[in-house]
Design a protein around this ligand. Structure first.
Ligand code: DAH
Length: 342
């Protein structure tokens, strides 16, 4: 029997050495030490031996068992260690390698209108102006009434309006935010309000039903048209990065008195005349004026104590001038080839 046990031990050790994974080791453990395993059979046989033989057999059977168990444990440990041994090979990664270029997903960017809006905001903030926001769905009072445009006034025809069924409207200009700003803050007051406006009109190369404006307002004691011109000149110099010549012509808007059209010398031809300025050398850029006393009064400000200026500027026009864009409809086209140029 001793030879059988020793032969079994050799066989087991060889099998353990040849095992390639944990599952194989577990199968061997069951084969040798399981309920119906080979060692159980040895112990049963041992029971039939004489007492001296039994003691001797106990020793060599146990020795064989220990040897096999130790081999199983050692092999198991070796597997565990080898799992991580080549980790640096299996999971090696060159963190300095350049990334793969995404060809189908370009990088996002800001819309040119947003870019110019942010620029305008920065310029005005540097002059101490606040940036005010107002709702795109307005009421009659803020869009028209408070701005000295009464219900039967022909000026309402100038702005064909999207009326909502609840009596409200889509604001036709950002001047509505003037009214909100003056109600919310006492003078001295300096603010601009950029945003989206709507007109109920047919679109063509120079007309859109949705576009962007920035409204400006300054109210304090002794504010005059001189202050207006100075602020406009700073704005234009910063936007176009050069000194821009301006001129004022009279213009009518119910909420300013006097009202003006501010023209700039054509940046394309330098004032000599070209198709962009229709050979006049001047381009109409922004309407403005001194805030009408009625507007101040409508907003709870005493016009005998305070005065102010206001202006409205089309952001689309500004972007078009800067980049020589010939059709306002590009802005809302969603055309990536257009947008990716900015
Ligand atoms: N709200 C006018 C428009 O959209 C533009 C405008 C004109 C604004 C004169 C002003 C201003 O503040 O003084 O047509």
């Amino acid at each position: 029997m001793q030879e059988t046990v020793q032969a079994t031990q050799q066989e087991a050790l060889a099998a353990i050495a040849a095992a390639t994974d944990d599952a194989a080791l577990e199968a061997l453990r069951i084969e040798y030490f399981g309920k119906k395993g080979r060692f159980r059979a040895f112990f049963q046989e041992m029971g039939k031996l004489s007492p001296e033989e039994k003691a001797q057999a106990g020793q060599y059977i146990n020795a064989a068992r220990t040897a096999i168990e130790e081999a199983l444990t050692a092999r198991k440990e070796a597997f565990k260690a080898s799992q991580f041994a080549d980790l640096d090979q299996k999971e090696w990664l060159d963190v300095t390698a350049p990334g793969t270029r995404e060809t189908h997903l370009g990088r996002g960017r800001l819309h040119p209108l947003t870019q110019i809006q942010y620029e305008v905001e920065d310029i005005f903030r540097s002059m101490g102006f606040n940036v005010f926001d107002g709702p795109q769905v307005e009421d009659d009072f803020h869009n028209f009434g408070a701005l000295n445009i009464p219900a039967d006034h022909p000026a309402r025809d100038m702005q064909d309006t999207f009326w909502l069924t609840n009596g409200r409207l889509l604001r036709t200009h950002t001047s509505s935010v003037q009214v909100r700003a003056m109600h919310a803050h006492k003078p001295p007051l300096r603010g601009i309000s950029p945003g989206r406006v709507f007109r109920y009109e047919a679109t063509d190369a120079s007309h859109e039903n949705t576009f962007y404006q920035v409204e400006g307002l300054m109210v304090d004691k002794n504010i005059s048209v001189a202050n207006l011109i100075y602020v406009m000149k700073v704005l234009l110099r910063e936007i176009f990065q050069k000194d821009v010549e301006v001129r004022l012509r009279p213009g009518f808007f119910p909420f300013v008195e006097p009202g003006f059209e501010l023209d700039i010398s054509c940046l394309i031809c330098g004032g000599g005349g070209c198709p962009v300025c229709k050979h006049e050398g001047w381009v109409e850029l922004l309407p403005c004026g001194a805030v009408h006393p009625n507007v101040l009064r409508n907003c709870g400000i005493d016009p005998t104590e305070y005065s102010g200026f206001a202006f409205g500027m089309g952001l689309n026009r500004l972007v078009m001038m800067r980049y020589g864009i010939d059709d306002i409809r590009h802005f809302q086209s969603g055309n990536l080839e257009f947008l990716e140029q900015f």
